[in-house]
Design a protein around this ligand. Structure first.
Ligand code: PEP
Ligand code: MN
Length: 353
C-alpha cells in the first residue's frame, strides 16, 4: 500500500502520519520523490481500508494498494518515479537510472594478475567507462576450471582503482567474503547462479553497498524482481538489475538468449535501473556491439562489457571478451547512439573525440 502526499505537505505532518501508521503496527517508509513524498507500507495491509487511512490527514492525496507480489521493487511504490542509484567513485559520483546518462562498466571476466588488470583499467577508462569489473571469486560450472584468485585479487582491484579512480564492481559468492570484498567494491555483484540464494540476498540487503543483481539463467522477470525485493526488504534501496541472457532452446550459435524485451517490461514494472550485459548474453565478442547498440536503443541505463588485453589467453570467457582496441571502437560507436537518445556522458564524448 502507498500513501501519496499532496505537493507541499509540511514535514511535521508527514512525520505525524508516519507515527500514526506505526501505531497501527505498520512499518511506514518515507520515499522522497522529485515532486511528491509517498509513504510506503508493506506487511499485513490486506485488512486495511484505504479510506480509513485517508482520514488521518487532509494532506493525504490518495491511498493505493500495490497488487503485485513485489512491493518495494514495484514502479507504484515510488509512485512512478525511477530510482537513481548513486555510486561514489574516486573519480566522482556515477548515477544509474532512467533519467541519468548511460553508465558503462567494463573489464575482464576474472582478475588474472596485476599488470593485466591495471592495463585493462587504464584502457577502459580512456575509452570512457566509469567502472572496472573483474572477478576475484568466479562461479564456474566445472570445479576444475579457474575459480578466480580469491582474496588476493581484491588487492589487485584496489591497485587498479588507485591507478585510475574507476569504481570497482566484483562478485560476491559467499557471505564469508563480504567484509573483505566490500572494502574494495563500490558495487557488489550477485551473479546469475546466486540470484535466488536468499540468505545471501538478505545478507547484502543488510549492508550499505549498492547491489548489481544479475538475472538467473532460468529466472522469470517476476522471479528476478522478487529476488530484488529480498534486498530492498532487508533495507538496501540501491539495486541495479542486470540482464545477462537466459537459457532457451537455441544455444548453438549464442551462449544465451539476450532478452532485450526485458527493458520495456521492467520499465513498466519497476523503478530500478536496468543494465544489459551483451557479453554473457551472446557469448561471442563479434555479437557484442550489435546487442550493445540495441540495448541503448531500447532504453538501457547501463552496459556491462567484458574486455581483456589478450582474449585468446584469458582464463575465463575469452571468446566473448573484446580487446581494448575493439572496446575503444565500440565506445565511439555507442557515443553516437547514446547522443541520439540524449543519454551520453559529456566526459565519454570527450574521451572519444
Ligand atoms: C560474470 O559476470 O563474469 C558472470 C559469471 O556472470 P553471470 O553470473 O551472469 O554468469
Ligand atoms: Mn564472465
Amino acid at each position: 500500500m502507498i500513501v501519496v502526499m499532496k505537493v507541499g505537505s509540511p514535514e511535521p505532518e508527514i512525520a505525524r502520519i508516519c507515527e500514526d501508521l506505526a501505531g497501527w503496527g505498520l512499518n511506514p517508509e518515507k520515499i522522497v520523490g522529485k515532486h511528491k513524498v509517498v509513504i510506503g507500507l508493506v506487511g499485513e495491509t490486506a485488512a486495511l481500508d484505504p479510506l480509513q487511512i485517508q482520514e488521518i490527514s487532509p494532506w493525504i492525496e490518495e491511498v493505493l494498494r500495490v497488487e503485485k507480489p513485489y512491493k518495494r521493487a514495484s514502479r507504484e511504490y515510488r509512485h512512478g518515479e525511477p530510482s537513481d542509484v548513486v555510486v561514489q567513485t574516486p573519480n566522482g559520483p556515477v548515477h544509474f537510472g532512467e533519467q541519468q546518462p548511460i553508465s558503462v562498466v567494463a573489464g575482464p571476466c576474472s582478475v588474472e594478475n596485476e599488470s593485466m588488470i591495471i592495463e585493462t583499467a587504464k584502457r577502459v577508462k580512456a575509452a570512457g567507462a566509469q567502472f572496472l569489473r573483474g572477478g576475484a571469486f568466479k562461479p564456474r560450472t566445472s570445479p576444475y576450471a579457474f575459480q578466480g584468485h580469491g582474496e588476493s585479487a581484491l588487492a589487485l582491484l584496489q591497485a587498479a582503482k588507485d591507478a585510475t579512480g574507476l569504481g570497482i564492481i566484483t562478485e560476491l559468492m559467499d557471505a564469508a567474503d563480504l567484509d573483505a570484498l566490500a572494502e574494495v567494491a563500490d558495487v557488489i555483484q550477485i551473479g546469475a547462479r546466486n540470484m535466488q540464494n536468499f540468505s545471501l540476498l538478505k545478507r547484502v540487503g543488510a549492508q550499505g553497498k549498492p547491489i548489481l543483481l544479475k538475472r538467473g539463467m532460468a529466472a522469470t522477470i517476476e522471479d528476478w524482481l522478487m529476488a530484488a525485493e529480498y534486498i530492498l526488504a532487508a533495507g538496501n534501496p540501491n539495486v541495479i538489475l542486470c540482464e545477462r541472457g537466459i537459457r532457451t532452446f537455441d544455444s548453438k550459435y549464442t551462449r544465451n538468449t539476450l532478452d532485450l524485451s526485458c527493458i520495456p517490461v521492467l520499465r513498466a514494472l519497476t523503478h530500478l535501473p536496468i543494465m544489459i550485459d551483451p557479453s554473457h548474453g551472446t557469448g561471442r565478442w563479434e555479437y557484442v556491439p550489435a546487442m550493445a547498440r540495441a540495448a541503448i536503443a531500447a532504453g538501457a541505463d547501463s552496459l556491462m562489457i567484458e574486455v581483456h588485453p589478450n582474449p585468446a589467453k584469458a582464463l575465463s570467457d575469452g571468446p566473448q571478451s573484446l580487446t581494448p582496441e575493439r572496446f575503444d571502437l565500440l565506445m565511439q560507436e555507442l557515443a553516437v547512439f547514446g547522443q541520439a537518445t540524449g543519454r551520453w556522458l559529456p566526459q565519454v564524448e570527450m574521451a572519444v573525440v
